[in-house]
Design a binder for this molecule. Structure first.
Ligand code: HEM
Length: 222
């Protein structure tokens, strides 16, 4: 398995650990705020764990984005054309920007809550910022069923194609995008070429799974 796929799987599964930490923090912060409880050591550890897991998820995302993902590389190669291709626009622009905002909210919650004068206030700040981060990140998760959707559990789940038939994420995405402009078509051709090459060696793992950067020759051919 390539470094790209290992990182993609880690990024995909780590979301559940982040979500679990978010749920624990939210519940404790809500109860602590409503009952005006003191900020305890357990609250502190949970919040530190949330920040740590979020940072790790962010680091994996940035590594995918800058060095490994064929989707972000397709986006970098032709940003204007990529804007017309839903899946490339999502992973090249929307997902990173929204997730960056979610991470910033978690960090804002950490720094502001540390300055809170009372336990109740600290719980309230943590509750508000964590809830905001959860909503922002939920809005930019590639949920199964969306055009750019991915399985909830990599390797086991399947997704539904537009006509409702069960299929792998790869099959559904390969059946995808239609664009009208020439630059958009160039991005699609590049990603489809990559998918086809990768499917031969690693079927049904990722919709677009070439663990290599677009080569200069493929750029030249488009
Ligand atoms: C911190 C919260 C984040 C969460 C919860 C999250 C979640 C996800 C999920 C669920 C996927 C789909 C994985 C799969 O295909 O199974 C994904 C893909 C991706 N994420 Fe994130 N992400 C986060 C942050 C980021 C950030 C900050 C970046 C970039 C700066 C990023 C870049 C990417 C890229 C490029 C992909 C697609 C990789 C590929 O298929 O080639 N993510 N993310």
């Amino acid at each position: 398995m390539s470094l790209y796929l290992i990182t993609l799987f880690a990024h995909s599964y780590l979301r559940w650990a982040v979500l679990a930490a978010v749920v624990f923090v939210l519940v404790r912060a809500f109860v602590g705020w409503r009952r005006a409880r003191a900020w305890t050591r357990i609250d502190e550890r949970l919040h530190v764990a949330l920040v740590g897991l979020t940072n790790l998820q962010f680091t994996l995302g940035v590594a995918l984005y800058l060095f490994m993902s064929p989707l972000s590389h397709a986006f970098f190669a032709d940003p204007a054309g990529a804007m017309k291709v839903r899946v490339v626009r999502f992973f090249g622009l929307e997902h990173p920007v929204m997730m960056l905002l979610a991470v910033a909210l978690v960090h804002m919650g950490r720094s502001r809550s540390r300055k809170a004068a009372t336990g109740a206030l600290r719980h309230r700040v943590v509750f508000a910022t964590t809830l905001a981060a959860l909503l922002v990140s939920c809005a930019s998760i590639p949920w199964p069923g969306l055009d750019h959707g991915r399985p909830l559990l990599r390797g086991t789940a399947s997704v539904r194609s537009r006509d409702g038939q069960a299929c792998s994420a790869g099959e559904r995405d390969r059946a995808q995008p239609t664009v009208s402009s020439e630059s958009g078509r160039r991005v699609v051709r590049r990603t489809q070429k990559s998918r086809a090459a990768d499917t031969v060696s690693r079927p049904a793992v990722s919709p677009i799974q070439i663990p290599r950067k677009p080569s200069s020759s493929s750029n030249a051919s488009t």
